[in-house]
Structures are given as C-alpha cells and as structure tokens.
Design a protein around this ligand. Structure first.
Ligand code: ACO
Length: 428
C-alpha cells in the first residue's frame, strides 16, 4: 500500500526523511513536522504562519477559494437565516445546535441572568479616564474578571468549561456597554433581564439613567425589533473564524496554563489592531475621508502607488482569495434593512459600493485576489443602528466570544504543549 508520507531530501548531504501526512475531513492536509527538528536539526521557517497549521480543530472551517465558512460543519448563511446568535453560541461551545425551542430559550435566559457584573469590577471602569478607547477598557476589564472567578483554575470538567464560556458570553455585552458609557462619562445602566440578550445590549448602550430609552410626543421610545435582528446577525457572522491572529493569541496564551479570561483578554488586544478586527473602525473613517463618490478613483490610485502606504481598509484577507461570505451576507443585510426602513448613510453606502465596483474590475485587485472582507460593510449597518464608531471593534469582540471560548476548551482538552516557536538567528 502507498504510504501517506512526504519525503524531505537534503540536497547537500543526500539524507532523506519521511514525514507523515495528517488526514483531515476537508481542505489541505498537513505534513507532521512536529519531530522535524528532533530528526533533522533543522527548523521550518514560516513568518506569519501562512503555511502552518498550529492545531487540529473541529470548530470552524474556511474554504478561501470558494467563499465557504462553516461553523461545526454548517454553512454560515444557513445558520444566520434560521438561528439566533445564542443558538450559534450553543453550537460552537457544545458542538450541537439546541435540540428544541425550549433548550434554545433556556440557554438564552441563562445568558440574561449571567449578564450582571460584580460591583467591584465596576470600580475598575471608574479608574479609566474619559475618552479612553473602549477596547483598552475592555481588555483590562476581561483580564480583571479572572480575579473574580479564581475558582476556574481548579475546574477541569465539561461543566466547568461551559460555565466559563457562558459567563464570558453573558458578561461581555455588559462590559462593552459599561466601558463605552465610562469613556463618555455617562452613568452605567444595569442589565434588564426582561429583554433578550441582544436587545439588552442596545438597551444598556442607549438608556437614560432612569432606564427609559427616551420620550417623544407620542410616548416612550422603544428598541426596534429589526435592529435587534440585525445586530444578532452581525454577532453571528463574527462568531468564529479558524486560527486568525486573535484566536491564535488566545490559544498561545492558554497553552501556558493561565486563567482562560486572561487569555481572552490577550485575544481582545490582538483583535484591536487595524490589520485585524480594528479594520471595521478604520473603514468608516476611510469612507469619511474619501468623502464623495467622485473621489473613489483617486483613492484606488493611491492604493496602487508603491510609495504610498495607503491600503483600502476592509479589503483583502490572508485566507479568502474569493469573496468573503460574511461580507456578502452583511452587504445583503444592509440592503434588506435599508428597504425595511432602517436607513443606511446613503453617502457612505454609495462610496463603499463604488469602491467595491472599481476595485473588483481593477488589475491590481484582481491579480492579488483582494475582495471586501467582513469589515467592509459592517460599519455602515452599525452606524445605522446608532452605534458609535469606537464600539465597532468591541461589537466584533461580543460576536467572537463564543468562538474564543470554544477554542480555549478545545485547546485545553487537546492536551497541547506550551506554544514555543523557534527562530532563525542572524545576530552576533
Ligand atoms: N489594500 C491594498 N493592497 C492590499 C490590501 C489592501 N487592503 N491588502 C493586501 N494588499 C496587497 C499588498 O500590498 C500586497 O501587495 P504586493 O504583493 O504588491 O506587496 C498583496 O496585496 C498581499 O498582501 P499581504 O499584506 O501580504 O497579505 P496578508 O495576507 O499578509 O494580509 C490583510 C491580509 C492584513 C487582511 C491585508 O489584506 C490588509 O491589510 N487589509 C486591510 C485591513 C483589513 O481589512 N483587515 C481586516 C481583515 S479581516 C479580519 O481580520 C477580521
């Protein structure tokens, strides 16, 4: 029988080494190089890890050439059309969708009840200055959560892992809302368990200190269910995405045996960067900078100028060499909401669509396979939901939380060794 191996030949010595190929259910196989150094005294070199699989995973799958993203084997479009974000959280952390409506509702209700914060944690926000970026507040607050749940270090059971994940998913919207309100000097509004997980988040952002959402001559303002549905879908579309920079950070940090909340806090910092989740904030700033649809060609020319570091934010991806399926879903959601009465900023929408149209026909983008990514259109919807730009990346954090928690559980259970890459030394 033909062996499933790859042979590495050292052309200077003639030595040959066989390495096993690791089987997978979808996508490219991997060469098992875990003993490469031991056997050859040579490292593999792959800065940015473009060709390196750091773990085995069953959580999400991306086929970057064919615009496919699966959560636990199910295409994201099917999930967001039929299931809520809390159902998708269950799918990611448990491996299965809720079996029935009751299970789905019970889980969502549990999240509502776990959304409160220890009062001591609230004092931490008070120490941050007005105007601080909510991502900075958020990563510190999530790190601090580990001081309130010390028990976790001793827990080593499915029940313990799931409690860790549920707490984190439940509390993150409250942390985001509090960090935002703190950053603008507004008093905090506590969770309202009569409201759904997603509605409660909008409530905590928008409510006046007396708990009302505002008054008009017709009476009290309420949250539009269409807004809740839109935000639910945005969270769902961000729920997991393979071994991206922030997830890899979470796994690396958790591999040291640290408290999972400390690892997630590190993931939040990794996500903040403009090359990663921070791009959604930059996209909106860029649309404002472009200012008018007539300026689009000028900005596309800047992208192509080798002497100009300008990049089109919300474009390009390490894995997608075709249209990001999340961007496609977010673009249709934007159009659908606009038709249903949640009005998008017409100028931003027009500039973004023209940018996409021009870019997709341009040789520079075609050659490099650069398409809009998840961050390109999400900010336009979030603006229509009256969410401030500084909260775009924290919104991404809420969406990604079930993914990070599932990755933490998978990593711990796999018994993986501490992450410890090598280097090619070039110094004195
Ligand atoms: N605008 C213009 N050119 C780009 C862009 C872009 N947005 N993205 C990549 N390129 C070009 C690069 O200049 C490079 O060209 P070259 O071969 O002539 O040097 C080529 O495409 C390959 O780019 P890399 O930077 O090597 O690709 P990499 O996979 O390392 O980076 C990344 C991916 C960081 C997402 C990149 O496309 C980028 O900076 N995009 C803009 C920021 C962004 O939208 N980030 C969000 C990504 S999605 C997420 O993380 C949630």
């Amino acid at each position: 029988m033909k062996k499933n191996t790859i042979t590495l030949i050292n052309n200077s010595t003639g030595e040959k080494f066989d390495f096993d190929l690791i089987e997978c259910t979808r996508g490219p196989k991997a060469i098992d190089f875990s003993k490469l150094f031991e056997r050859t005294n040579i490292f593999s070199y792959d800065p940015g890890y473009g060709s390196t699989a750091g773990c085995k995973s069953t959580i999400s799958y991306i086929d970057g050439n064919n615009s496919i993203l699966l959560y636990r084997g199910i295409p994201i479009q099917d999930l967001v059309d039929k299931y809520t974000f809390s159902d998708i959280c269950l799918l990611l952390i448990n491996g299965e969708l809720p079996k029935n409506n009751r299970e789905s509702k019970e889980f969502e209700l549990e999240l509502r009840h776990l959304g409160f914060l220890h009062e001591g944690l609230i004092n931490i926000f008070k120490a941050f200055p007005d105007g601080a970026h909510p991502m900075a507040n958020l990563s510190s607050a999530v790190g601090a959560l580990s001081t309130f749940y010390k028990d976790y270090m001793e827990i080593d059971s499915d029940e313990g892992y799931h409690m860790m994940a549920k707490r984190m998913i439940a509390k993150i919207p409250t942390l985001v809302a509090f960090s935002y309100r703190n950053s603008i000097g507004y008093p905090y509004v506590y969770p309202d368990i009569s409201r759904s997980y997603v509605e409660n988040f909008l409530y905590m952002l928008r409510a006046f200190p007396d708990g009302r959402l505002g008054m008009t001559l017709d009476g009290e303002v309420e949250i539009d269910p269409l807004e809740v549905e839109a935000l639910d879908k945005i969270f769902s579309l961000h729920a997991d995405h393979g071994q991206n920079a922030s997830t890899t950070t979470v796994r690396n940090v958790v591999s040291t045996g640290v408290h999972p909340y400390a690892a997630i806090s590190a993931g939040i910092n990794a996500l903040w960067g403009p090359s990663h989740g921070g791009a959604n904030e930059k996209v909106l700033n860029q649309l404002a900078e472009i200012g008018d649809v007539k300026n689009v060609p000028k900005f596309v020319d800047r992208v192509k100028d080798k002497n100009d570091p300008f990049r089109l934010m919300g474009f390009g991806h390490r894995v997608y060499k075709s249209y990001d399926p999340r961007a496609k879903a977010i673009k249709s959601l934007k159009d659908e909401l606009d038709k249903k009465g949640i009005k998008m900023n017409a100028r931003f929408s027009e500039i973004a669509e023209r940018l996409e149209e021009v870019a997709l026909k341009d040789e520079y983008f075609i050659e490099r396979k650069l398409y809009p990514n998840v961050d390109f259109y999400s900010g336009i919807i979030l603006t229509a939901l009256r969410i401030p730009v500084s909260l775009f990346t924290p919104i991404f954090v809420i969406g990604r939380m079930p993914g990070w928690c599932s990755q933490v559980i998978e990593h711990i259970k796999s018994g993986a060794r501490i992450t410890r890459p090598r280097q090619v030394y070039g110094g004195k």
